[in-house]
Design a protein around this ligand. Structure first.
Ligand code: EPU
Length: 425
């Protein structure tokens, strides 16, 4: 298994180009299932989760032709299977995103139930209930969700628009309903919809395919279903979480880092936290620069759905706060078990106490290199950030978690001046 060997401390300096967003590319690829016509996407990040989504779609008969390293044309004609098998869904929960498109276009789908995951239980009940409300009959048998729309009676094989009021904000739940509703009969209104930039990006792609969607980026979405959707060309929005991670790397190393292809409007709460910590942040058109000098201040932050502070940057902020002068409180409200990185950071010398859903971090602490083990994607990023400033060698094991969502992180960090190597370990 691959590991990262970091030699610290280092100071990062320079520019890094941010890839397209993993969490926008995943639903965009799933959207190709909605049409017979070609969907051409650019800005597909070279990360393991996208390869998993491609394998899943190919297994259904979708042809995927690479037009360049980050560009592909997808053609979902013919679709030979409407099944998402356990072996793939197990490795990537976002596989659930094929459920909505399959039921909407073919009136049936068989998708393995995702299991638990390191950061929490993460059920998909809200996806299932929403599709049921739209007329799908759903049964869970032998670990699979079987969804079916009756070909006789009122539905005639097509989902029907309705009001879906989500009790909690769910990103992929909102996306699944958008995908399904685009081909449903009538109007679907989603209340308490996710407002994340990735949701807005999906609305943009679906709009280009001919869907009628209004309200994207607000908490109420309206989708008027159409009979069929066409092909489209679409560039995936930049990855705000990848950008935030490199900006945090700049800040923790007291460096000067510019994220190119990054949108400050997608990172408002995170940039505000950095500014409150005393980091100089300058946003220009399409890039964000951080300059951090000595003396970071502690910050109190709570993770929330967009536009709140993203849970996907919580671990990175926690790593940064180990270097601040004083006590920070970081509260996780989205996932119940997303502090697995804390005990690994403590092994590097951090002072972190978990009280319920809050991590209390006291700094600054001098970190010292050690062997640490990554538990999930963003936890891995936090350990890498800590490894950049820890004295001596830090070996971050199980880097396959990192490879799921960060494209060439070792290469990008090395270009900024980090001493990092991918090794077996
Ligand atoms: N929830 C339910 N039932 C559902 C769906 C969600 O109870 O049917 C709960 C979840 O357990 C969680 C909360 O609702 O407590 C919010 O979860 P959400 O559904 O929004 O998460 P998700 O759609 O599964 C996406 C991202 C995650 C990101 C979260 C929150 C993708 C592919 N994944 O997950 O990204 O953390 O939204 O912003 O878009 C990552 O990239 O590292 C990652 C985990």
């Amino acid at each position: 298994m691959d590991a990262f060997l970091l030699k610290g401390p280092s100071r990062l300096q320079g520019s890094v180009r941010i890839s397209g967003a993993k969490n926008a590319a995943l639903p965009a690829l799933a959207a190709s299932l909605l049409t017979k016509e070609p969907v051409r996407l650019s800005g597909i990040p070279q990360v393991a989760d996208l390869r998993t989504m491609e394998t899943l779609l190919r297994g259904m008969g979708v042809s995927i032709e690479a037009n360049g390293p980050e560009e592909a044309t997808l053609r979902a004609e013919p679709v030979t299977s409407t099944e998402a098998p356990y072996d793939l869904v197990r490795t990537m929960r976002a596989s659930i995103l094929v459920l909505g498109p399959l039921v909407a276009r073919f009136g049936e789908a068989r998708v393995s139930l995702p299991g638990g995951c390191a950061i929490g239980v993460r059920p998909v009940d809200l996806h299932v209930k929403a599709l049921e409300a739209m007329g799908a009959r759903i049964a869970v048998e032998k670990g699979y969700i079987h969804a079916h729309v009756s070909r006789v009676g009122a539905h005639r094989g097509r989902l029907t628009g309705t009001v879906i009021a989500f009790p909690t904000v769910t990103v992929t739940g909102t996306e699944n309903v958008m995908l399904a509703a685009s081909l449903a009969r009538g109007v679907t209104r989603i209340e308490n919809a996710a407002m994340e930039p990735e949701v807005v990006d999906l609305a943009r792609l679906l709009g280009r395919m001919g869907a009628q969607i209004s309200g994207a980026g607000t908490s109420t979405l309206e989708i008027e279903g159409v009979e069929s959707l066409g092909g489209a060309e679409h560039a995936i929005v930049p990855d705000r979480i990848e950008a935030g991670t490199y900006l945090a790397a700049g800040a923790i190393t007291r460096g000067d880092v510019t994220a190119e292809n990054a949108r400050a409007e997608d990172l408002g709460a995170f940039l505000e936290a950095l500014r409150n910590a005393g980091v100089e942040v300058t946003a220009a058109d399409g890039s964000i620069r951080v300059v951090a000098r000595d003396g970071l201040s502690p910050v109190d932050v709570e993770t929330l759905p967009f536009p709140g502070f993203p849970t996907d940057l919580q671990a990175q902020l926690l790593a940064l706060m180990t270097q601040a002068n004083g006590t920070s409180r970081i509260t996780e409200t989205i996932f119940e078990n997303r502090f697995l990185h804390a005990s690994e950071l403590v092994r590097l010398g951090a002072d972190i106490r978990i009280e319920g859903h809050t991590a209390i971090v006291s700094g600054p602490r001098r970190l010292e290199g050690a062997v640490v083990t990554a538990s999930d994607l963003r936890a891995s990023a936090a350990l890498v950030l800590a490894g950049l400033v820890a004295e001596g060698e830090t070996l971050v094991r199980r880097i396959y978690h990192l490879d799921r969502g960060y494209s060439g992180m070792d290469r990008k960090l090395a270009a900024l001046g980090a001493r990092v190597e991918r090794v077996a370990g």
